[in-house]
Design a protein around this ligand. Structure first.
Ligand code: AMP
Length: 395
């Protein structure tokens, strides 16, 4: 029978769907936005029409509308063979993807305490597809699973150890679906077995994280207990001095306000005072907007510092890899970042860096660079589709 796979990615106010065939080729995708708000709407990629969703449409209602729209447009002609869900937090329970059953659902529920903004909405998606497709295998693919190989010295915080024992306070890491994909792709490009491949993977999108991958496994990563730690991001501060909390409390900023400010009003947006969108910032900086230039400079410097820090987890380095919307597209960010790292032997080729995207070359380092530097597009949906297909088939 022909295989069709559905990939589901639920955000707090969005639902992304993608359909793949048995050869893991993408057939269609759709995005619903402003879910649970009065003006919810959706679009199918390649289609001009905006689909109006019911007022305060839930994830389940949006899913029903989009599946009907796929069917009407003949994009989903056979029954689904598996459904793959992106689940943000698997805690220490999940080291890899799993087929969903009641036990898995309650384990994901338990992890909701660690990711209150993400896991409950991921579960809404799972409950919705279980209702709509009760006989189709459902697979959970976790953003934390790839980082379950972190050694203790990399995942423990230097805080009272009972916080870990009693409250699970530790570093988990995120973007694991992307970093795992980059490890495999880098191994393919470098023509090495995955188990012998060591790379630093910089995933730079609206959220940003960097991972040291040693012999194919995650050895250190910049995000921690939550996705707020580490690099400067679109609207998140990344690392911050914890002494600031007390100081700002003295200024009348309460914990919730602080959380909102560090999560939604900081990063590129906070620094520039204009936007969290790197493409717009690059244009603004070019036209002489000083705080946009500062935002880009802080972003790149912090990233360069982290690239240096990731070296502590590696015995050798086969390549530094840039990925994500910014990593794949911004030659300015790549060049500025690498300009801080000449002491470590990284050297960019201006020409290869600028023409990347117009050629199929991954490599952007100069011939004299001590380490290769690659640009590789990530594809998290493809990973989820592959995992869904693998785990749905009987062994
Ligand atoms: P993602 O979350 O992976 O979709 O990445 C989104 C980020 O990539 C946004 O900050 C975009 O502005 C940025 N981006 C996309 N294209 C470009 C580009 N050509 N130059 C600079 N940034 C870009």
């Amino acid at each position: 029978m022909e295989e069709t796979l559905l990939v589901v990615n639920c955000g707090s106010s969005s639902l992304k769907l993608a359909l793949f065939d048995g050869e893991h080729r993408k057939l269609a995708s759709a995005l619903a936005e402003r879910i649970n708000q009065k003006d919810a709407f959706a679009r199918i990629s390649g289609d001009q029409e905006t689909i109006t969703l019911p007022h305060h449409a839930s994830h389940e209602q949006a899913l029903r509308v989009l599946v009907s729209a796929f069917r009407e447009r003949q994009l989903m002609t056979s029954s689904l063979s598996a459904i793959g869900h992106r689940v943000v937090h698997g805690g220490e329970n999940f080291r890899q993807s799993v087929r969903i059953d009641d036990g898995v659902i309650s384990a994901i529920e338990k992890c909701s305490e660690l990711a209150p903004l993400h896991n409950p909405v991921n579960l809404s998606g799972i409950h919705a597809t279980c209702k709509l497709f009760p006989h189709t295998p459902q697979i959970a693919v976790f953003d934390t699973a790839f980082h379950q190989t972190l050694p203790r010295h990399a995942f423990m915080y230097a805080v009272p150890s009972v916080w870990y024992q009693d409250w699970s306070v530790r570093r988990y890491g995120f973007h694991g679906i992307s970093h795992g994909f980059i490890a495999c792709e880098a191994a393919r490009v470098l023509e090495k077995p995955l188990e012998a491949t060591s790379v630093i993977s910089a995933h730079l999108g609206n959220g940003c994280s960097i991972t040291a991958i040693r012999d194919g496994a995650s050895a250190d990563t910049s995000m921690g207990m939550t996705p707020m730690e580490g690099l400067v991001m679109g609207t998140r501060s990344g690392d911050i001095d914890p002494g600031l909390f007390d100081y700002l409390q003295g200024k009348g900023v309460n914990a919730e306000e602080l959380h909102q400010a560090l999560n939604r009003k900081s990063g590129l947006l906070g620094l520039s005072g204009e936007t969290n969108d790197m493409r717009s910032l690059c244009k603004l900086a070019e036209s002489g907007h000083d705080s946009s230039r500062i935002a880009i400079d802080v972003f790149c410097f912090r990233l360069a510092r982290y690239i240096g820090a990731m070296m502590a987890s590696l015995k050798e380095l086969d390549a530094l890899v840039f990925t994500g919307g910014i990593g794949e597209n911004s030659d300015l960010v790549r060049e500025t970042t690498l300009s801080h790292l000449s002491l470590l032997g990284f050297e960019v080729s201006t020409e290869r860096n600028r023409t990347h995207g117009r050629s199929s070359q991954h490599r952007i380092n100069s011939d004299g660079s001590r380490f290769p530097v690659l640009v590789i597009p990530t594809n998290e949906e493809l990973v989820i589709a592959r995992e869904a297909s693998r785990l749905a088939s009987p062994a």
